[in-house]
Design a protein around this ligand. Structure first.
Ligand SMILES: *Cc1c(COP(=O)(O)O)cnc(C)c1O
Length: 401
């Protein structure tokens, strides 16, 4: 019997191919050829989860009270830890009953929010480049994306003045993310104030992704959307345990902000999932209560790698500005090369995996993202191999390859 009639729904066909999946195939092929891969492609932290968090999880596992379905809206105790953490960090009071919702990782929430709030044809403002869930969620929901193309000349900040009034008036939601994945750009507080004023004027729901709330360096403190006066009336902010606490595999994140928006997301999720295993919520509370010295260690790790790689790339002709946050460097491709060609050529010639910028939307073309997810000796090997393959930021150096 032919199964041609079992076709995926149209909403899946709206999606561009997932570049990371394609990159995985290429990596598998390179491995088969015996290449020793240095994978700086994914945003997957390479460190272990802090021991007190692991210990808390083990203890919580032993408690049968945690073995059943967790409450839909997350445990009261984890929600309280979220709002207490938020208050300690930003000085903003949130109600654990309704203004904080645990998520199975923030990616899940970012995508489900789109399904909960976007009707087919609704206009959604999304930066380009952006973290893929920021445009893939809205595409699955049938939304129409208006790309806010980011530029190096504007320090990768959204140019609100360039958005035509007619577009802003039609837009229902705007996604954004600072400190940014993939550009590693940060936004000054005044930018957040401008975004809030813009969203209030045009009645746009603001969705801020603050995955890198704690991965900042040299004294820089990222701004939270909800610190801005009036933001809670029109916005929500997504957080994740994945990056700060090396907990990517645990799938724990949360959203804070506007009660009404969170309620809509919760209603959708009650129909889709049962939330996070209660034992893991208990461990996540421990993570949010870790002393700051832990954060300083994680920050120092990434800062050291940042400095090391910026210096090494500098010797190969790249002048990469010092990043103030995130675990990424956003590096221009040698002139005349597309991001895919460059990433493939680096992979084939050196076994070093970087992510082509177009994985993050057309606005990422011409750049690759390098994740700071290997120890210094591996980063040194990566630099050595680039030098041996004569991969430099000079057009003539790569000509004829
Ligand atoms: C890593 C990352 C996420 C995903 O976090 P999870 O909580 O692990 O789903 C979300 N947004 C951005 C910008 C990220 O870099």
């Amino acid at each position: 019997m032919s199964l041609d009639w079992i076709t995926p729904a149209d909403r899946l066909r709206a999606l561009p191919p997932y570049v990371f999946a394609r990159l995985d195939e290429l990596k598998a092929r390179a491995r088969e050829q015996g290449l020793d891969l240095i994978d700086l492609g994914m945003g997957n932290p390479d460190g272990a989860t802090p021991q007190p968090v692991v210990d808390a999880a083990i203890a919580a596992l032993q408690n049968p009270a945690n073995h059943g379905y967790p409450p839909f809206e997350g445990t009261a105790s984890f929600r309280r830890s979220i709002t207490q953490w938020y208050h300690r960090r930003y000085g903003v009071e949130l109600d654990p009953e309704g203004e904080a919702l645990p998520l199975l990782g923030s990616k899940e929430g970012l995508a489900h929010l789109a399904i909960a709030y976007i009707n087919p044809g609704d206009l959604v403002l999304v930066p380009s480049p952006a973290y893929p869930a920021h445009f893939r969620g809205p595409l699955i929901a049938g939304g129409e994306i208006y790309p806010l193309v980011l530029k190096a000349e504007q320090d990768w900040l959204i140019d609100l003045g360039a958005i035509p009034d007619a577009v802003a008036d039609r837009a229902k939601i705007m996604y954004f993310n600072y400190p940014s994945n993939p550009t590693a750009a940060t936004a000054p507080r005044e930018f957040f104030e401008d975004v809030v004023a813009f969203a209030r004027k045009h009645e746009i729901l603001l969705v801020h992704d603050q995955a890198y709330a704690e991965l900042a360096f040299d004294g820089y403190q990222p701004t939270s959307l909800l610190e801005i006066e009036g933001a809670k009336e029109i916005g929500v902010e997504f957080h994740t345990m994945s990056k700060t606490y090396n907990m990517a595999g645990w799938r724990v994140g949360f959203v804070v902000g506007n009660r009404h928006v969170i309620q809509g997301l919760r209603t959708l999720k009650t129909n889709m999932d049962y939330g996070i295993f209660a034992a893991l919520q208990s461990a996540a509370e421990t993570a949010l209560q870790l002393p700051d010295v832990y954060l300083h260690e994680v920050q120092a790790r990434y800062r050291t790698r940042r400095d090391f790689l910026i210096q090494g790339l500098g010797e190969l002709g790249w002048s990469v500005p010092k990043t103030k946050a995130t675990m990424y460097l956003w590096v221009p491709c040698p002139p005349g090369m597309t991001s895919t060609d460059f990433a493939l050529s680096v992979l084939q010639q050196t076994g070093v995996v970087v992510t082509p910028g177009n994985a993050f939307g057309a606005g990422g073309e011409g750049y690759v993202r390098i994740s700071l997810i290997a120890e210094l000796d591996r980063l040194q090997t990566a630099l050595d191999r680039l030098r041996q393959a004569n991969i430099r930021f000079q057009p003539e150096a790569i000509a004829g390859k």
